[in-house]
Design a protein around this ligand. Structure first.
Ligand SMILES: C[S@@+](CC[C@H](N)C(=O)[O-])C[C@H]1O[C@@H](n2cnc3c(N)ncnc32)[C@H](O)[C@@H]1O
Length: 212
């Protein structure tokens, strides 16, 4: 846990998102070992949430795993019978680890932010984001692209440590943005739950929204 804390601290100290991405590149070989030592269960929780939303026909569900990192989420989704899984992450090092797992159909080396990606609107049934709301990571603007990319009736699943939700660099609050999007009638909340033992004894939080 101590070396994980050191990582989080050093990662938070990077000044630009490119610096942060290089940091992940250099850390990519050790990432899973460190997180496993910390009993990181977020990806398992995300996959369970998706499995509950899709009790059958999981092979037809097209998922984009945003901030996929080394592919922890994809791995758990594959265990639950999901097969159409794409990964998006700006770190080539992290994506190289994910590629080795052989579970992602497409690997997209990009940032998700307020900019429009070269992906058609409504391309995905589901977007997942697990553990990537730290400072300098995803900003609230990325939610607009999530809304564009998920088809009507599809889902958005966000799982993280609750303390990270309002610690975003832009000083904006993810939950406020998600509420506003709901007020605009673009999605509706399906669940919001505290998840005990998300990371060792620390709680996590999961949000699930369905696109209108
Ligand atoms: C702590 S890791 C989480 C990886 C994985 N989701 C998991 O749960 O193990 C955070 C990941 O977010 C990625 N990331 C940071 N900013 C991003 C952005 N704007 N868009 C997409 N991914 C981003 C990093 O490259 C890194 O791989």
């Amino acid at each position: 846990m101590e070396s994980l804390k050191k990582f989080y601290k050093e990662c938070q100290e990077t000044k630009t998102r490119e610096e942060m991405t290089h940091y992940y590149d250099s850390w990519s070989m050790l990432y899973e070992k460190e997180l496993n030592l910390a009993d990181y269960r977020g990806p398992f929780m995300v996959a369970n949430a998706l499995a509950a939303l899709y009790p059958e026909d999981r092979e037809n569900v097209h998922v984009l795993d945003v901030a996929a990192g080394t592919g922890f989420v994809g791995e758990q989704l594959a265990k639950q019978g999901f097969v159409q899984i794409d990964a998006l992450d700006p770190s080539e090092g992290m994506l190289a680890q994910a590629k080795e797992k052989g579970i992602y159909q497409t690997l997209i080396c990009e940032y998700l932010d307020g900019n429009q990606l070269d992906i058609a609107a409504g391309s995905y049934d589901v977007i997942t984001i697990s553990g990537a709301c730290n400072n300098g990571h995803l900003t609230c603007e990325c939610l607009l692209e999530v809304v564009r990319l998920v088809k009507q009736g599809g889902f958005f699943v966000l799982c993280t440590r609750p303390c990270l939700l309002n610690r975003n660099e832009s000083k904006q609050h993810f939950e406020t943005w998600m509420d506003d999007i709901e007020k605009e009638g673009k999605w509706k909340m399906v669940r919001k739950d505290i998840l005990p033992k998300y990371l060792k004894d620390e709680d996590g939080i999961i949000f699930v929204y369905q696109m209108m």
